[in-house]
Design a protein around this ligand. Structure first.
Ligand SMILES: NC(=O)c1ccc[n+]([C@@H]2O[C@H](COP(=O)([O-])OP(=O)(O)OC[C@H]3O[C@@H](n4cnc5c(N)ncnc54)[C@H](OP(=O)(O)O)[C@@H]3O)[C@@H](O)[C@H]2O)c1
Length: 328
């Protein structure tokens, strides 16, 4: 029997649970170790998703010689320091989005990734969904350009003390948490814009809502929107001259999309496995088995580009986080 890749998870919150669920479905990987800052946290998680080893601090998991790759599921502010610590401990890394708070930090991660030769990837899971992969093939098929797209990611959440979304010290706000998805879609489908215009509302140190128009040649455009205080349809629409692709509600976790022409409508179905994190997990496993230290599908240069635009959007809104979490 071949050895499975041994995963460790640090930060046992909401997304870590979904990830651990999907890791149980993996062909080549297994949940080997978990670490929480609290005894209660690690015990509760262990009862839901049993792991061989459990730790009450993250460093001990990094010292576990059996752990091959660490999934970082902490708040945004804690990604950068923990990526560096993982690399210093000889661990490969899959880090939740956004991989870092700003592009300078991503550049440092890239430097360290190169010098250690270890694998690092941002967990931009949408990129690996079967329906998204198929969408990209469909878009390329007729050779015709995409003329415009619009995508939103919005939900309504009350401002609560302690919520990571409303905490500047954890790099909260809509853009880094959810606006990253529509921005990713625009860059992935339309590429680098000639210019962009951003508006939004910053309240108590976080961006509640952000909208941006990104302009391309020949009047092509992307309209992206994120909000943590309004409901949204959370769909994406991609337009060509003679057809439109509609990615339905919660488009970032899509199982299907519609292709609509002047006199037809086709539904393309490509269901995801588990919560959908299965696909990025299997991709990382394959990369590690093949000895790759970057993903050929979603390399760190991509994460850098995404971070650069998020920096630019924040600059337009005059929004920066406390110096201690922006520093490199
Ligand atoms: N890919 C997706 O679909 C998706 C969905 C949601 C969130 N995310 C991303 O996943 C990450 C975590 O989000 P989440 O919703 O899972 O957050 P969460 O429920 O608040 O969990 C984050 C965990 O990080 C740990 N942590 C370490 N330092 C912390 C600090 N100073 N304050 C609070 N928690 C701290 C805690 O775990 P311990 O107490 O166990 O140490 C906490 O439970 C974020 O980067 C977010 O953008 C991704």
């Amino acid at each position: 029997m071949k050895n499975k890749i041994k995963w460790g998870i640090i930060g046992l919150g909401k997304i870590a649970r979904k990830f651990a669920h999907d890791l149980q479905l993996s062909n080549d990987g297994l949940l080997y170790a978990i670490a929480s800052r609290s005894e209660d946290g690690v015990r509760k998680f262990q009862s839901e998703f049993p792991a061989q080893n459990m730790y009450t601090n993250y460093e001990d998991l990094l010292d576990d010689p059996e752990v091959d790759v660490v999934y970082i599921a902490t708040p945004h502010s804690h990604h950068y320091p923990w990526i560096l610590k993982c690399l210093d401990s000889g661990k490969h890394v899959l880090c939740e989005k956004p991989i870092c708070v700003n592009a300078d930090q991503v550049a440092e991660v890239i430097k360290k990734q190169k010098s250690t030769g270890l694998f690092v990837m941002e967990a931009l899971w949408t990129k690996f969904l079967p329906a998204y992969e198929h969408l990209q093939q469909e878009l390329r098929k007729d050779g015709e350009p995409v003329l415009s797209l619009s995508a939103d990611f919005c939900y309504s959440s009350a401002r609560q003390k302690g919520s990571r979304i409303y905490e500047p010290g954890l790099a909260g706000g809509s853009l880094l948490d959810i606006g990253i998805y529509p921005l990713f879609l625009a860059l992935d489908i339309l590429g680098v814009p000639e210019q962009y215009h951003v508006s939004g509302w910053v309240d108590q140190g976080i961006d509640v809502r952000v909208s941006a128009v990104m302009n391309y040649d020949q009047g092509r455009s992307a309209l992206v929107y994120s909000d943590v205080q309004s409901m949204g349809h959370m769909d994406a629409v991609i337009r060509k001259e003679n057809k439109v692709y509609v990615l339905p509600h919660r488009w970032h976790e899509l199982d299907y999309f519609h292709e609509i022409g002047p006199d037809y409508k086709v539904r393309h179905d490509f269901p995801k496995t588990g919560w959908g994190y299965f696909h990025e997990i299997e991709h990382v496993n394959e990369c590690l088995i093949d000895g790759l230290n970057q993903s050929p599908i979603y390399p760190l240069s991509w994460s850098f580009s995404l971070a650069r635009y998020m920096d630019g959007f924040r600059e337009s809104l005059n929004l920066s986080y406390p110096a201690n979490i922006e520093k490199i």
